[in-house]
Design a protein around this ligand. Sequence first.
Ligand code: T4K
Length: 396
Amino acid sequence: MSDKPAILGNAPLFGREMNIVSPALPRLEDISDRIAEILSTGNLTNDSKYVRALEQDIRKFLGVKHTVAVTNGTLGLMLVLQALGLKGEVIVPSFTFSATVHALMWNGLKPVFVDIDPRTYNIDPDLVTERITPQTSAILAVHVYGNPCDIKKLERIAQDNGLRLVFDSAHAFGAYYQGQKVGKFGDAEVFSFHATKILPTGEGGVITTDDDELKEKLSWGRNFGNPGDDDCRFPGLNAKMPEFSAILGLEGLKEVEEYVRHRNEIAGFYKTKLKRIPGLSFQRLTPGCQSTYQFFSILIDPRDFSLNRDQLKAALNKENIVTRRYFYPPMHRHRAYQQFQHRCNGQLSVTQAVSDNILCLPICSRMTAEDVEKIAFAIERIHICHEEVQRKYPLM
Ligand code: T4K
């Protein structure tokens, strides 16, 4: 392999695009009977049998009392916030995907952004306490990249202050917190089964809760607020999962444990290969936890790496290696949230620093060690040739 990166004119390391994620899907022969059945019966949606079966299998898999399958994680979050009847302010990280904060706004709730822990990239529980006011009704925490939050601390804060606690677990299906699967914590947790996630069903998601009353409201809520007698109890949504998605979920669920194990192995290979390159550091796992590695990230210190995040991203792109800046910009910098910016001044310095320097590298459930080796090699040779890269692409 040449020692010059593709950004300096050489052939790319990968002949075709190495995507940031790539869904691990079942074989057609393993689902074709069920697909054929749906096509012949025409039972496509509305609380049908495969959605029920998926909810049951996930209850067993996660060891939770209730599961409510939904069209996607965003609608799941919107429903939970509505069903809990929250008012006023909700404490939330700014270092997250837009859906987390949008779900608050759609419920007329005010986001109060709190900084993250510089090691785990999850909301910093010590800072949460400082931002609680008489208007606060809940904490909405995110298991960033599948790394569980400091759940026990957050549960204690919620309990001591009479707040609801919801987890945006979009990345964390199959993660463990102190020996227990994520899914049983807080008032509810919301998972995403989007095409990019560990359990891809196209669009999809599930809400988990042990609260009987909440479960009932969520089941009505995903069906317009209609409990089945056509007399809507509140203005709900259409957030029902279709049968096609449920079939993908049922088959994929059998593999999730293995996928999570494999992704942890891939993350280990990455760290072994990349740790010798100056200026790169990694997300630290919350003690006693297992991540799903929904995303594998590197944090770039431009002084030591000698190129900044965006220069590295552009150089990797030329190697056909697709990366993402999850989550840049942080939510308080989105134009949609301009009105909250002034309240964040000086309070989100870790969020800003991580967001400015983070890069998510390709990881998927069927990735090989050779892929990791090539990506690490690409990063190393880009670093070694940093002076030429810098000269050619000074301002990226
Ligand atoms: N909370 C958090 C913390 C989240 O990260 C998300 C979603 C949510 C809540 C909401 O959950 P959902 O409502 O989505 O269920 C993607 C996903 O659309 C989004 O689900 C995800 N988080 C977010 C982090 O990433 P984009 O716009 O970056 O994805 P896109 O279309 O650029 O795809 C990324 C890569 O995935 C592509 O390079 C190719 C590959 N891909 C994508 C799709 C759509 C496939 O291989 N197949 C596909 O069908 O948002």
